[in-house]
Design a protein around this ligand. Structure first.
Ligand SMILES: [Fe+2]
Length: 399
């Protein structure tokens, strides 16, 4: 099967919508380029010999910009290995401009009536138009640069107590390190991966778990993913479940490599873990998007004598898990929206549009859910308002 066929078969409507939005945004930014070229002409007018051509240039920009971004988005649907220089000089600039366009487009639409009113009431002069449009794009570009180059690789290690009813006193203080949504691909640098591995191992957790989405798109990074997971070490080992992205393009080769890496792959199954003479059941449910999830099979070995911890990439399974008496569910998938209002990510993020459980801890009945904010990114490689993290859950017996 050709790559283009695979791309077409996978979420064709989604890709079409993204391409249409991208093209529309580039048209919407036309006032920015007209203003920018106008200000340059105003400043350097005496030296300009091709004045008419110069003033025509901004009108020619939206089409090549839309084609450039559209081409990059199509490539992103089936990720491949490429030289670091191409990633730095072609891919990242495209995504940074794409992210800036999203915000600048909103600012252009929202600010135009305000500038219009100020002009009407003679509060500002005619130049306010160009200064506003240029300022809107400059502000958006600064945020996009920060979110892509600074905030995306800047992850935190967060350790919190998780009080669970029925948790054995002998296992009080057991620490579980959770990684999620690594989305390894051409935009993930080796140094960032090294820092994830180093931080995970340095946390010296009893158990390391991963809750899916190791892949961004395509299949060529499977070996890199297995190598990363093979480098993670904990006394009780490494256990994981698959996410939706891991099955895009076929997940079987990845599953084989993950098993070879030494990790315990939980596909609608479970394993009993013992320490200090006490035990808990670690269950893992498969992907919901590709309809592989089977909670009944995953929880088949549940036993009232020991608490159950469930790994489920999709946090939407939490109500089912709570109903089934699972003590603690660990999820990922949402990235906490990836872009959120700082400090208010649970309420105001892109994930709130389509997800009930967005990021952090939730409780229902006697059950606890944790939605991991993810380490990697999908779509534009940008983070804002919700930090990538390695989560350490310190298990406590609830009183
Ligand atoms: Fe996911």
């Amino acid at each position: 099967m050709k790559r283009s066929e695979k791309v077409r078969r996978r979420r064709p409507n989604f890709v079409t919508v993204v391409l249409i939005v991208t093209a529309a945004l580039q048209l919407l930014l036309l006032p920015v380029w007209v203003s920018l070229f106008g200000e340059i002409a105003r400043t350097f007018a005496p030296t300009l010999t091709f004045g008419t051509l110069f003033h025509a240039l901004p009108y020619l920009l939206p089409l090549p910009l839309a084609l450039y971004l559209g081409w990059r988005i199509q490539l992103g649907m089936w990720d491949e290995k490429k030289p670091a220089l191409v990633v730095a000089l072609v891919d990242f600039p495209a995504y940074i401009h794409f992210s800036a366009s999203l915000l600048a487009g909103i600012l252009v639409v929202a600010g135009t009536p305000i500038v219009f009113l100020l002009r009407l009431t003679h509060v500002v002069d005619a130049r306010a138009w160009s200064l506003y449009f240029i300022g809107a794009y400059a502000f958006s570009l600064a945020l996009a640069l920060y979110g892509t180059l600074v905030r995306r690789p800047w992850f935190v290690v967060e350790e919190k107590d998780v009080a669970v009813e029925g948790w054995p006193a002998a296992l009080d203080g057991l620490r579980i390190a959770q990684l999620s949504d690594l989305h390894i691909g051409s935009l993930t640098s080796k140094s960032l991966v090294d820092r994830w591995v180093e931080a995970s191992n340095s946390a010296k957790a009893d158990l390391i778990v991963l809750t899916g989405d190791y892949v961004t798109s395509g299949t060529v990074f499977h070996q890199e993913i297995a190598d990363i997971i093979a480098r993670l070490h904990a006394p009780l080992g490494v256990a994981l479940v698959m996410g939706n992205h891991d099955y895009f393009g076929g997940g079987e080769p990845l599953l084989t490599l993950l098993r070879k890496s030494g990790a315990r792959v939980l596909q609608n199954e479970s394993e009993i873990y013992e320490k200090n003479g006490a035990s808990f059941l670690l269950a893992g449910v498969d992907d919901t998007w590709t309809k592989r999830a089977n909670m009944t099979a995953a929880l088949e070995r549940q036993d009232p004598s020991r608490p159950t911890i469930l790994l489920a990439h999709d946090p939407d399974l939490f109500p089912l898990a709570a109903e089934a008496g699972v003590a603690f569910t660990l999820s990922g998938h949402t990235h906490g929206g990836q872009i959120a209002a700082p400090f208010l990510a649970r309420r105001f993020s892109l994930a709130n549009i389509s997800h009930h459980f967005v990021v952090g801890y939730y409780r229902a009945k006697k059950s606890v859910l944790y939605v991991h904010p993810g380490l990697g990114t999908t779509g534009p490689p940008v983070r804002f308002g919700v930090a990538p993290a390695i989560a350490i859950h310190r298990m406590r017996a609830a009183r």
